[in-house]
Structure formats: structure tokens, C-alpha cells
Design a protein around this ligand. Structure first.
Ligand code: FRU
Length: 474
């Protein structure tokens, strides 16, 4: 189906219940339906939003266009969890509403305040002349999951900036509220703006553009997120149009990270920022949100998908899923992203003998100087990890229906001599590879079309210790 702009922005009320029911069924019965990742109930999922801990539960929303596998009229849809891996769909949405979010409820964050959860998000409005109006909006969710939007915008577009002005993350630091948001300066430079307020509903005032210690980060920055990790400040953001000579990345847009000693909120400046690093060296990862939970630990979750990209499941009317939740640490100045531990499964699983059902985690101990291939697949389709001296290449070219091939079908990660430990999480149409407990991460989607079971084969030149676990269907 080819979508016109008018169709993509049509009000939800123009769709019948039968259409929604059919789309929900199509997602559920898809061969690419995931077993243990957050995926859209129907339609398209993109950014994680409002990741927070409130009322003794983890809360999360996702950007959703419920009526097709396309970026249409966006809303937030809610899921919640007690343990960060088993997420339950709740019947709670933040829906587009005139006059400030008529053409979409865009990304944002959440913070518990007293006995409510406060949401701060972007309202998107398209004007008749093809222009855009972006405002930062607020909403309250009470303990009964009843949602009320605030009447007026909290923050209007800043002077000297374009309408690409979105994705606020609200933080509470030293008695003040701060919001950082993605922006585009009038001369088309990507920026992060810092705002301050004494109460979440404002008045909000601009502190200034954040000095990241790195300039010329492209023409737009989306989804800036900040967390406190092991005595450091970690900034995650998605620069668009970043020069690949500056930091190599293969995807259309990267999700970058900076580890700094601290942040000076008064002057909006990162203190002693480290290098720009790519958060995920795989194929499909973007718009990571991070939140410091009640115990102070910082947890992340990402969209396993990319903007401006089509996926094979679009034809079935759905697209996108979220990553596993990871816990951040800073070790010797480097970011570590460790997946949240699953409960031990008591299903015996032998990775070399048993078939892969697409819900396994494989653990591989790679001795130093090993090379060869680990292949997961059948006679027709396969996902290949190729280990050579100094690097690991993930090849998805034969893993099923083509996806994102314009940007290449392989991703290569540097790998020192070793030894190394790999953990590879599989879930029907996603993989997430963690090297050395999350010192490097590479994630991606793949879309098998053949139903013959997959097996694991190894041509590694040294015997490796390979164990595994079958993960539950949640
Ligand atoms: C990132 C993004 C955000 C925006 C949202 C709209 O993927 O473009 O900047 O708020 O998606 O769905």
C-alpha cells in the first residue's frame, strides 16, 4: 500500500474497529512476531518514551502509529513491568489532540512527582503551508493510570531555532527541574537546548545550548538523554548528518554517547567530556532513553529500528520493536551496557544439537587469536558471525528478506586479541550481540522467510566453550 500524506495524518476516528482488530491479529500472527521484546500491538513502533519508575512499577511508552507499518500520526502507547523484561500492555495511550499535538504526540520523557507521573513531550502540528509547529507539552498520570494533559504548552519554539525542536527529557537535580531537548539552530546546526524551572509545569526558561565539548554535530539532534552513572554524566543523543570522518558509523543516523565528568547546569556545559562513541555498532538501534531508577542505577532501552527506513514487516501492517533493557556502567572511562538478567530457565538447551527456536541466548568464550565463523541458520537462510584477527563481522545478507541494504548488509566491530566473551540474544527477528558484558553492543533485525529450523554451526579454528539458554515467551 502506498500512503499519501493525508492518509498518514488522518484522525484515528476515521479508522474502524475492524481495521484495528485486523492489524492487531496481523502483528500477533506474523512469523516475525517477537517472543520477549516490546513490539507494537498494531502498526508502527518507534522511539521508547517516558521510561520511568513510578508507583512500584517500571513504566514505558512507545511511539506508535497504530494503523499501518508507516510513520503516520503518532501517539504514545503504554506498557509496564515489575522486572524490566516482562512488559505488559496496558490500555493507556497519550493521543493526538488539537490544537498543540494535532499531527502527532512526539517523543518525550516521564518523571514521578509526588503521587503522579509527569509526562513531558512534544506536540507536532503541520500548517497548511507545509510548515511545522513544535511545542513542549505536559500531562499527568495518576496511580490509577488516569491521564490528564495540561492546557498550555510548557515551552514554545526558541528564537533562533527552527521547528525541529523536540524530545524533551525532564530531570530533577538539586531542587530544580531541567529539560534537555533536541533542536536545530536557524543556520541548520544540530543542538541540545537546556531549560530550567522550579516546578514541572513551569515557567520554563532557557539556560542555553548545551556545550558538549564537540562542535559540528550535523544538522539536527534528536532524543538527547542524560544519566548519572558511576560518578559520571553520560549523554546519549542522535545526531543527524554527522560527518562520518569524525566518527565512523554505518547506519543512516547513529546513536552517539559521551561520557563526561559532570555537567554544569548553570552554564549548560559538559565538564571534561570524553570522545564521541557509537552506542550500538549493529544495524538498527536509535532513540535510546535512559533513566536513573530508584536505586540510582541507569537503565537504557532503544528502538530497534531506524528513521527513514522500510522493513519487510511493513507489508504486514507493522514495524519496529524495542531492545532489551540494559544497565549502564562506566569502567575506565568507557561505557558498559549490560543486558538486564533474565530469570534462569530450567529448559535444557544444547546449542550445537538443539534447534534454535528464535528465543535463545548463546554464550561463547572466544580464546585469544581465534578465527572462523559461527553460523546460525538452515540451508537457505543464515546469520553469520565472522571472527578474524582484530575484528568481528556480522553478516545478515542471507538472513531472510532484504532490509536496509543501501547501508550495507554487514557490520564490523573491532576486536582486540582477546580472549572475549560473547552473549547473543535471539528473538525471532532480532539479535542483540554483547561483547565482554556490554563493552560493545551490536543489534539488528532480520526477517527469515523459510520455516526450516535453524541450527548452529562453527568453523572456528579452536574449540570454544559455547553454552546457551532458552528464553521464555513472555
Ligand atoms: C526519532 C523521532 C523523534 C520524534 C519522533 C516522532 O525517531 O524522529 O525526534 O519525536 O521520532 O515519532
Amino acid at each position: 500500500k502506498k500512503w499519501t500524506t493525508a492518509q498518514r495524518y488522518a484522525a484515528y476516528s476515521t479508522y474502524s474497529d475492524a481495521t484495528l482488530t485486523q492489524l492487531i491479529a496481523a502483528q500477533r500472527t506474523s512469523r516475525w512476531h517477537l517472543n520477549y521484546h516490546v513490539q507494537p500491538r498494531s502498526g508502527l513502533l518507534n522511539d521508547p518514551n517516558g521510561f520511568s519508575y513510578f508507583n512500584s512499577r517500571w513504566h514505558l511508552f512507545y511511539q506508535n502509529f497504530p494503523f499501518g507499518g508507516v510513520h503516520g500520526l503518532k501517539s504514545w502507547r503504554h506498557v509496564s513491568s515489575s522486572d524490566l523484561f516482562n512488559w505488559q500492555e496496558d490500555d493507556l495511550s497519550l493521543l493526538p489532540q488539537a490544537p498543540y499535538s494535532t499531527q502527532g504526540v512526539y517523543s518525550g520523557s516521564a518523571i514521578p512527582i509526588n503521587d503522579q507521573l509527569f509526562l513531558m513531550y512534544t506536540g507536532n502540528v503541520r500548517t497548511d503551508d507545509g510548515g511545522r509547529i513544535s511545542t513542549q507539552l505536559g500531562a499527568w498520570v495518576d496511580a490509577n493510570q488516569h491521564l490528564t494533559t495540561t492546557d498550555l504548552p510548557l515551552i514554545n519554539q526558541a528564537t533562533g531555532y527552527t521547528a525541529h525542536f523536540r524530545d524533551p527529557q525532564i530531570l530533577h537535580v538539586d531542587g530544580h527541574y531541567y529539560a534537555i531537548l533536541g533542536a536545530q539552530r536557524a543556520d541548520l546546526q544540530g543542538q541540545i537546548l537546556v531549560y530550567r524551572a522550579d516546578t514541572a509545569t513551569g515557567p520554563w526558561s532557557l539556560v542555553g545550548p548545551l556545550d558538549l565539548g564537540h562542535r559540528d554535530l550535523g544538522y539536527m539532534i534528536e532524543c538527547p538523554n542524560l544519566a548519572f552513572v558511576d560518578g559520571h554524566v553520560v549523554l546519549l543523543f542522535c545526531p543527524q548528518g554527522l560527518d562520518r570522518e569524525r566518527v565512523p558509523y554505518a547506519n543512516v543516523y547513529p546513536n552517539m554517547a559521551i561520557v563526561a565528568d559532570d555537567i554544569d547546569w548553570q552554564t549548560a556545559r559538559l565538564i571534561n567530556p570524553g570522545p564521541l562513541t557509537n552506542l550500538d555498532l549493529g544495524f538498527d538501534s536509535y532513540a535510546t532513553q535512559v533513566v536513573n531508577g530508584p536505586d540510582g542505577q541507569a537503565h537504557t532501552i532503544s528502538w530497534l529500528g531506524l528513521p527513514d527506513t522500510t522493513y519487510p514487516s511493513d507489508a504486514e501492517g507493522w514495524q519496529g520493536c524495542l531492545s532489551l533493557v540494559k544497565t549502564l556502567h562506566v569502567i575506565d572511562g568507557q561505557l558498559q551496557q549490560k543486558p538486564v538478567a533474565f530469570p534462569e530457565s530450567d529448559v535444557p538447551f544444547d546449542p550445537f544439537r538443539d534447534t534454535l527456536k528464535g528465543q535463545e541466548v548463546l554464550y561463547v568464550d572466544l580464546p585469544a587469536a581465534v578465527n572462523g565463523q559461527l553460523t546460525l541458520g538452515n540451508a537457505k537462510e543464515r546469520l553469520v558471525l565472522n571472527v578474524t584477527a582484530g575484528q568481528l563481522t556480522i553478516d545478515r545478507h542471507a538472513a531472510g528478506a532484504a532490509v536496509g541494504s543501501t547501508f550495507g548488509d554487514t557490520r564490523t566491530l573491532p576486536l582486540s586479541a582477546g580472549p572475549h566473551h560473547l552473549a547473543l540474544y535471539l528473538d525471532r527477528s532480532t539479535f542483540e550481540l554483547f561483547i565482554d558484558d556490554g563493552a560493545q553492543v551490536a543489534s539488528g533485525r532480520f526477517f527469515p522467510q523459510d520455516d526450516t529450523p535453524w541450527h548452529l554451526t562453527s568453523t572456528l579454528n579452536t574449540p570454544v566453550r559455547l553454552t546457551g539458554q532458552r528464553l521464555p515467551t513472555l
